[in-house]
Design a protein around this ligand. Structure first.
Ligand code: E4P
Length: 235
């Protein structure tokens, strides 16, 4: 499974991208509005940082408008994936854009049959909103599992399942166990995942014990050891 970040905050993207775990980014109109920045400028800046798919959503509500916006957004950067809402007009736009070779992320998916339609319209990604499904009293994990199963049983569909609306670490685990191809995760959740009190406590314990070792400069020890054997190639 691949991991995307669900934000348009450049500082957040830079910080997490440096971890080496991200392969894409998703945004939506709410996220762009929150950034307070020019849509096209911020999307382009994200594409220059993230070496992978970056979803940019259309806001037109008719197919013609979605297609027009999608074609223009796709020209902003080769990394752009055009994000289209899962409406009748969105399906129409998805089919046209996909046939032209533009990658489309069909968003706001709440039930498996919608995902089937998106797959048949040629979407590159389907975005089931698992957090919002949970909010409705349904099981977002079940939604992922059913979409994965439907796609597996239909050779004519090549759409990737992109688990979205992830609110906490369990959602990410559920998406990974359910066979999602991608999960897009907010910065706050990624920070929670990487922070574990036992990891911090264990690390502190190792450092405390290590502080009693007389020769504890690891780089110096390794450099000397390698130099003695003529094996040093620098760092
Ligand atoms: C996905 O692409 C969406 O941008 C996002 O995951 C929506 O999440 P929310 O339900 O927390 O707004």
């Amino acid at each position: 499974m691949n991991l995307f970040i669900d934000t348009a905050n450049i500082d957040e993207i830079r910080e997490i991208y440096a971890w080496g775990v991200l392969s894409g980014c998703t945004t939506n109109p709410s996220i762009i509005a929150k950034s307070g920045r020019n849509f096209i400028e911020v999307i382009h800046e994200i594409c220059e940082i993230v070496d992978g798919p970056v979803s940019a959503e259309v806001v037109a509500q008719d197919a013609e408008g979605m297609i027009r916006e999608g074609r223009l957004l796709a020209q902003v950067h080769p990394n752009i994936v055009v994000k289209v809402p899962l409406l009748p007009a969105g399906l129409q736009a998805c089919k046209v854009l996909s046939d032209e070779g533009t990658r489309v992320n069909m968003t706001l998916c709440f039930q498996p049959a919608q995902a089937l339609l998106a797959g048949l319209a040629g979407a590159t990604y389907i975005s089931p909103f698992i957090g919002r499904v949970d909010d409705l009293g349904w099981d977002g994990g079940d939604l992922i599992r059913q979409i994965v199963e439907i796609y597996a049983q239909n050779d004519n569909i090549h759409t990737q399942v992109l688990a979205a609306s992830i609110r906490h670490p369990i959602h990410l685990i559920d998406a990974a166990l359910s066979g999602a191809d991608v999960a897009t995760v907010p910065y706050s959740v990624l920070k929670k995942i990487v922070k574990h009190p036992q990891t911090d406590a264990g690390n502190a314990g190792f450092l405390k014990d290590w502080s009693a070792v007389p020769q504890r400069d690891v780089a110096a020890l390794a450099t000397a050891w390698l130099a003695e054997r003529g094996q040093s190639h620098g760092t």
